[in-house]
Structure formats: structure tokens, C-alpha cells
Design a protein around this ligand. Structure first.
Ligand code: SAM
Ligand code: SF4
Length: 368
């Protein structure tokens, strides 16, 4: 069954991570993301998503990240994860099996039962997003108009979600449970040290993400970007850090606390920074994004996507044209030559975007 010839895009990059968005909608309204209030009109069905992931796995996408919008709003989530388990069988997959299924969520809907159901369905890893450690900061970053008391309530839910995930068997020491935080200057950069302290106490890796110029609505400008080097310097001044490095094709650069993270019994985890503005990593980017309505994007900053529905429901009828879908995805990857982050200005990371902001698709539609 082996099919050795490997697929490469025009810059020589192989496929690796499929980010599948399950909804463009969200139960929060983070102002740096600005999710859609409505779904696109033609959402994919559960069956279509299973067919799509199977086709992607057979082209070499061994990692799947389920995202959104808020993916926990999708009632078929556990059924999708359960249905994908068949793709883990190496004997039936020409370019290797599906190895890893991860979920990115804001955690607000992650109760104990849901966490157990996701684990039982076969989810491998959860990343929970949290941008502050007090009610005021959380409310501001999540777009909660009711203010600090609503922020306190959300913070309590997210902290409970971390414990529900841990209790369900997602082990932070094995990289199965992490925290994501977007840091924007003047909005929540005062939360850097409190977030690091919280993650150390929880024994969970904290991934600090530079505020990115995705979409048209979030009012991005360079002054609001806190470069990864500055975040590391500010945290390292309190808890000295040691580099771990960046795994090939990974988005994050990782660091270890020199004191091992004394606060948590299991060790205080690691720190990671996603420096997509100050140190772009297009060179080995292996990600494909597919939206909730089946449109494929070969870059987070692409101005247009490629609709896969004509092969998922040929003539508008159910039943995928699997050969056509394979050829469409293969052709799309072979033609890929995006390297927007490296090209965004004359000196990468130091200038305004080279593509007009109006040309970008929104973050929650693309799935982050
Ligand atoms: N709703 C889920 C969540 O918030 O985790 C999943 C979707 S969200 C679009 C995925 C990730 O993208 C989150 O960690 C979020 O913080 C991050 N994100 C959204 N907008 C961003 C931006 N403009 N710059 C950097 N990261 C962003
Ligand atoms: Fe929703 Fe996630 Fe976007 Fe925040 S970042 S609005 S939680 S999709």
C-alpha cells in the first residue's frame, strides 16, 4: 500500500498539519479576532469532514487540529473525532496514518463531562486560550461588554476547564494540555508575568502569541505587537530561561525555566513563543487550513481560498468524488508558494503589511 513519492509545494515544503475549522462563530468576541456572527451558508456535514480529513491524511497530513470559531459549539465534535480513529491504522494509509488530533478552544464550554467525552472519542491534545488572570483583563480580551464580573466568571470557567481536561487524562507533562495567550501592547502586556506565574502554578506550558495582522476588522498595527524577544526578556528577568529550540515545522520556539518551575508538583512546564511577526517561519510551514464551509487556504494571510465542495458534493449531491478531491488537494499543494509573513515588508516583521488588509480573510473563519 506504500506510496513513497512525497508531495512538495513550490518551495519544497511537505504537507504536515491540517487545521480544520468547524465553525466561524464563537461564544466570545475577542477584539483581536472578531469572529463572524453567522455561519457561512453551506457548512460541511460530518460525513464530508470525515472524507476531507481522510483525503488530507492520504496526502501526508499526519496531524489534525480542530479549531474555529469556537469548536466546542459544534455538536458533532465527538462524533467527528470518533470517526477519525479509523485513519490511525497505518496498514490502510498510503502515506502514513493520522498520528495526532488536537483541539484549540477558549475553554468556556469545557465541562467535566465534555472533557471526558473528548478523551473517550480519541482526542490527543487540548490547547486552551486565556489572555489574562483577572476579571478586567479577561473581559477586555474576550470582548465581554458586561465588564470585570463577566471576566471573573469566564476566568473561573477556563481555570475549571484546565482541571477538567487534566482529570480526563490530558497530561500537561506529555504536552497534551497547554495554554495559549495572545499578547497585545497596551491591551494585556501587563498580564505577561501573571500569566507565566499562573501557568507555572498549573504546571502547564504557556504559548505566548504575537498579535497578528489577520483579517480586516481587528485594527492591527505594529505598535501593538510585543516582539517575542521582549516577552522572553521580561519573563526571563524574573524566572531565568534556557532555550529548548524549535521543532522542525513547529510554530513555537520553546524555553525551559532554569528552576524547573518550582510551583507545580510536576514541574512548572515550559514557555513557548509564536513569533509570526518578529521572526516569521514560512520556510518550513506545512499547514493547510480548511474552513467550516470547505474552502482551503494555503496560508493564514491568503486573500482567497479554494472551494473543495465541488468534489465533496458533486452537483450538489452527497457522496464525494474521492479521486477528484485527491487531485484537487494535490494540485493545490503543488502550486502553493505562500510566504506572506516573510514578505510582509521590506524588512520582515518591521513594516506594515504589503498586502492591503482588506484582502485578508478573518481569523475565526480561517481557524487561527
Ligand atoms: N476559539 C478558539 C480559541 O480561542 O482558542 C479557537 C479559535 S482561535 C481563532 C485560535 C487561536 O488563534 C487562539 O489561541 C487565539 O488566541 C488566536 N488568535 C486569534 N486572533 C489572533 C490574532 N489576531 N493574532 C494572534 N493570535 C490570534
Ligand atoms: Fe472566539 Fe477564539 Fe476568536 Fe476569541 S480567539 S473570538 S475565543 S474564535
Amino acid at each position: 500500500m506504500a506510496e513513497p513519492a512525497s508531495l512538495r509545494d513550490r518551495l519544497g515544503r511537505p504537507p504536515g498539519v491540517l487545521r480544520l475549522s468547524l465553525t466561524a462563530r464563537c461564544n466570545l468576541a475577542c477584539p483581536y479576532c472578531c469572529p463572524d456572527s453567522q455561519e457561512p451558508p453551506e457548512l460541511l456535514s460530518l460525513t464530508e469532514r470525515l472524507q476531507l480529513v481522510a483525503a488530507a491524511v492520504d496526502l501526508g497530513f499526519g496531524t489534525l487540529r480542530l479549531t474555529g470559531g469556537e469548536p466546542l459549539l459544534n455538536r458533532d465534535l465527538e462524533a467527528l473525532i470518533g470517526g477519525l480513529q479509523a485513519l490511525r491504522d497505518p496498514s490502510s494509509r498510503p502515506r502514513g496514518p493520522l498520528q495526532d488530533i488536537a483541539l484549540t478552544t477558549n475553554g468556556a464550554l469545557l465541562g467535566a463531562e465534555r472533557a471526558r467525552a473528548l478523551k473517550a472519542a480519541g482526542l490527543d491534545r487540548i490547547t486552551i486560550s486565556l489572555d489574562g488572570t483577572d476579571g478586567e483583563s479577561v473581559a477586555r480580551m474576550a470582548g465581554l461588554l458586561a465588564g470585570p464580573s463577566a471576566g471573573e466568571a469566564l476566568l473561573a470557567k477556563v481555570l475549571a476547564a484546565v482541571e477538567h481536561a487534566r482529570a480526563a487524562g490530558f497530561d500537561p507533562a506529555a504536552g497534551q494540555l497547554k495554554l495559549n495567550a495572545v499578547i497585545a501592547r497596551g491591551r494585556n502586556d501587563d498580564q505577561l508575568l501573571p500569566l507565566a506565574a499562573l501557568a507555572r502554578r498549573l504546571g502547564v506550558e504557556l504559548r505566548l502569541i504575537e498579535f497578528m495582522d489577520v483579517g480586516n476588522r481587528n485594527g492591527w498595527n505594529l505598535e501593538q505587537v510585543v516582539p517575542a524577544a521582549e516577552m522572553l526578556q521580561r519573563i526571563g528577568a524574573v524566572w531565568p530561561l534556557q532555550p529548548v529550540g524549535r521543532a522542525s515545522a513547529a510554530t513555537a520556539n520553546r524555553w525551559r525555566y532554569r528552576d524547573g518551575g518550582l510551583e507545580a508538583a510536576s514541574g512548572g512546564g515550559q514557555l513557548a513563543v509564536v513569533a509570526s511577526i518578529s521572526a516569521p517561519f514560512c520556510g518550513d510551514c506545512n499547514r493547510l487550513r480548511i474552513t467550516a464551509d470547505g474552502v482551503a487556504y494555503t496560508c493564514l494571510f491568503a486573500s482567497s481560498g479554494f472551494d473543495l465542495k465541488p468534489w465533496l458534493r458533486p452537483g450538489g449531491r452527497p457522496g464525494a468524488d474521492r479521486a477528484g478531491l485527491d487531485a484537487a488537494l494535490r494540485g493545490l499543494w503543488r502550486e502553493r508558494q505562500d510566504r506572506y509573513s516573510e514578505e510582509r515588508g521590506p524588512e520582515a516583521g518591521s513594516a506594515e503589511p504589503s498586502t492591503p488588509a482588506a484582502a485578508h480573510a478573518e481569523m475565526a473563519y480561517l481557524g487561527g
